[in-house]
Structure formats: structure tokens, C-alpha cells
Design a protein around this ligand. Structure first.
Ligand code: PLP
Length: 401
């Protein structure tokens, strides 16, 4: 079959984006109700959203914030990260997972990924621990939770704070323990491509009361009325104190209303994403030139991303060609992610290729395929057809050569 990139018919008639929000009429009503209410911020909708997030994550304390990046910044501040400290970070992630360390004036140290799960490797973390290490930012890549038991053991041994960047993994669990209750402090993002959206939004989640107090403080200007924190406890009801240099990282009630409504649909979102992943895994297992993320307990995972590694050497084709060919088939491919330390800002800090070989090998071969609740079974079949078509074309050309 002629590839669309060479003038053939595309595998999918309509363009299938890699991610897309799913907004129901009920979601819309929730936002409109908020707009008609007395509070657009700091009101009951934010409290209700935080309460619902406590339910889903099993955590004792939740502070909803402006976005996932703010959540990471607050988590690092709450963990006491300061200049001179080192924080071990996953390299295959969005830049924000490392930037939050830089916001605190500290140094991100990149540990390599596991070549099967594509999550940060506990063995590599061990190699990177120094006497300056204070915390680990572990990213649940694609929604698959990190090896929390092993990371917990390393944190206990060296006295580190376990920060889980769960921007991808809301709704996932391990051994029945939901994301949000696996680490010391967990951050969420509600960007529209994530499983649950508020437009822009995020949350800091913890069951540690001290971390929770600090998170709440830093997210709200460093200002508090919390009697337990006030230095002068002998003042009237108007009184507040600023105890630290915090930020205005509040979420609005408009966003929180959408979030609470979306959260009610999380079981539906999780089930559909699981179904699509199972379908992809089954089909792609039949194509030896591609490999997918290994997840030991997919029934506990709510996947955010579906990425494939192409054996470009066996196919005799570059990742760039495969990417362009799939795009021409109307498949909204993407690449998640360039190793963070190869971004020019981090190269300027002295990072170089060669630092995390598994991460680089992953990046050099990876293509992200569409995964979201707006995909029909037929759409998913078209995605599989497009991959099979491109692989077949490469094989045939190899035979001709
Ligand atoms: C999306 C994302 C973030 C940042 O979230 P925003 O809400 O866009 O600020 C952080 N980490 C990871 C892994 C993400 O995918």
C-alpha cells in the first residue's frame, strides 16, 4: 500500500491528535453554575475539589494550585530544597520536573531510566546519591507508577524526601495503594492533555501534616492565619502573618468546578484508556520491530501516554522518517520526551549526551501515538494500521535494496 507521505491514501480519514480533553455537558454545567455563584476563587468549589482529590488519592491533605509546575515548585519548597542541595530527577519527562529544583536554586542530578518500564531506575538512583542529595523527583512516565517500594527504601536509607511527579498517573495505583499515597509528596497536573483537566491546574498531595502546612503556606504568598503557625497568637480575627516568601499559586473556583466534575468521570476515563492500551499492546506485540512500555499490573494503571520504540536499525529507516510518515497517515504523533538534560538550558549548565544511555536510547527511537477518550475503536484500529503500513513499507524497501 502506498504511504500517504508518498501520495497514497492516509490510514485515518480524520486527524487523530495524541491527546485531547473530554468535556461533557455536565462538566459545562458545573462551570456555568460556578460563574453564577458568589465565589470565583477561594470558595466552596476549590474546597470540594480538594475533598474529592483526597478521596481519589487516599491522601490526608490536598492543596489545589494553578498548574502542575506550580505544584512541583511548592513540593520542592515544602521539602526544604535550597541552594547547594542536589535532587535526583527522571530525565524522560517534561522540563518542569527538573525546573522546580532550579527554582529553589538547587541542582538536578539525572538518574537513568529502566529500559523496560521507562521509569527512573532505582539502581541508577543509588549511584547518583551524594551527601548533598535531599530528595528524588520520580515521574510516573505515561501513567505507570514508579518502583515506589524500592525508591522508598533508598529515601529511608539516605534520609531523602520522595516527591512523585504524578502529572501522568492520576487514577493509577500499586498493590491497591492509589497514586497520591505512594510517596511523601505527590504532584498532579490538570492540563487538557492529562487524564482529568481543569484547563490549567494542579495539586500538591501528601499525608504528612508538616509537608502539607508548608505546601499550603508557599502556595498562598507565605501568608497564614493558621493558629498553629502564627508567631503572635494573641491577635484578633483579622490578623495574619507572612512567614515565608510564598507565591500566588491558587487555582480559581471556575477551574476547580470543572475539576470536581471531571473527577467524577475518572473511573470512566480510566476504563477507556485501559481498553485502548490493551488493544494497542495486543496488536503491537505482533510487530517485532516495535516495543512498548512494560507495565506489570496494567489493571491498576490509568495510562496518559502510549509510546512505541521503533527498531530503526532493523527497519533501515530514521525515527524522523517514521514520525513524518505516520503524521502523513493523519496520526497525531509526538515524541515524549527529549531527555531534559539535553535541552539547551541544561546543556549550558554542563550536561552532555552520554549522561543517561538508556534515556538517550529510548528518546532516539520513541514515537508517541494517540491515546485519549475521544478515540473510537475504529480510530485505534487506524492507528495500528498506520504503524503496520509504515513498518511493512520499510521491510519491503529493505528487501528491494
Ligand atoms: C504536564 C506535566 C507537568 C507540568 O504540568 P503543567 O500543569 O502543564 O504545569 C509536569 N510534569 C510532567 C511529567 C508533565 O507531564
Amino acid at each position: 500500500m502506498e504511504l500517504a507521505i508518498n501520495g497514497g491514501l492516509p490510514a485515518s480519514e480524520r486527524y487523530l491528535g495524541y491527546g485531547h480533553q473530554d468535556i461533557s455537558e455536565e462538566d459545562i454545567r458545573a462551570v456555568v453554575d460556578c460563574l453564577r455563584s458568589d465565589y470565583l476563587t477561594c470558595g466552596p468549589a476549590t474546597e470540594a475539589f480538594e475533598e474529592a482529590l483526597r478521596g481519589v488519592t487516599g491522601a490526608g491533605f490536598v492543596t489545589a494550585v494553578a498548574n502542575g509546575t506550580a505544584a512541583l515548585h511548592i513540593a520542592c519548597l515544602a521539602a526544604g530544597i535550597k541552594p547547594g542541595d542536589e535532587v535526583i530527577v527522571s530525565p524522560i519527562t517534561f522540563a518542569a520536573s527538573a525546573n522546580c529544583v532550579r527554582y529553589c536554586g538547587a541542582t538536578p542530578v539525572f538518574a537513568d531510566i529502566d529500559s523496560d518500564t521507562w521509569n527512573i531506575s532505582p539502581a541508577s538512583i543509588r549511584e547518583k546519591v551524594t551527601d548533598r542529595t535531599r530528595a528524588i523527583v520520580a515521574v510516573d512516565f505515561g501513567g505507570v507508577p514508579v518502583a515506589a517500594d524500592e525508591i522508598r527504601a533508598i529515601c529511608d536509607e539516605f534520609g531523602l524526601v520522595f516527591i512523585e511527579d504524578a502529572a501522568h498517573s492520576l487514577g493509577s495505583a500499586r498493590g491497591g495503594v492509589p497514586v497520591g499515597s505512594l510517596a511523601d509528596i505527590t504532584t498532579l497536573s490538570f492540563h487538557p492533555v492529562k487524564t482529568v483537566t481543569t484547563g490549567e491546574g494542579g495539586a500538591v498531595v501528601t499525608s504528612d501534616p508538616e509537608l502539607a502546612r508548608m505546601a499550603e503556606l508557599y502556595a498562598k504568598h507565605g501568608i497564614t492565619r493558621d493558629r498553629g503557625l502564627l508567631r503572635d497568637k494573641d491577635q484578633g480575627g483579622w490578623y495574619y502573618e507572612q512567614l515565608a516568601l510564598g507565591y500566588n499559586y491558587r487555582i480559581s473556583d471556575i477551574e476547580a468546578s470543572l475539576g470536581a466534575s471531571q473527577l467524577r468521570r475518572l473511573p470512566e476515563f480510566s476504563a477507556r484508556r485501559r481498553e485502548l492500551v490493551a488493544f494497542y499492546d495486543e496488536r503491537f506485540a505482533e510487530i517485532p520491530e516495535v516495543s512498548f512500555q512494560i507495565d506489570a499490573t496494567p489493571e491498576e494503571t490509568t495510562r496518559h501516554l502510549y509510546c512505541l520504540k521503533f527498531d530503526t536499525e532493523a527497519l533501515g529507516a530514521s525515527r524522523r522518517f517514521i514520525f513524518d510518515a505516520l503524521k502523513a497517515e493523519n496520526i497525531g504523533v509526538n515524541v515524549h520526551y527529549l531527555p531534559v538534560y539535553l535541552l539547551p538550558y541544561y546543556q549550558d549548565l554542563g550536561h552532555r549526551r552520554g549522561e543517561c544511555p538508556n534515556a538517550e536510547d529510548y528518546y532516539d527511537h520513541a514515537v508517541t501515538l494517540p491515546l485519549h477518550c475521544g478515540l473510537t475503536d475504529e480510530d485505534a484500529q487506524h492507528v495500528v494500521d498506520a504503524v503496520a503500513k509504515v513498518v511493512e513499507w520499510c521491510r519491503e524497501r529493505g528487501r528491494d535494496a
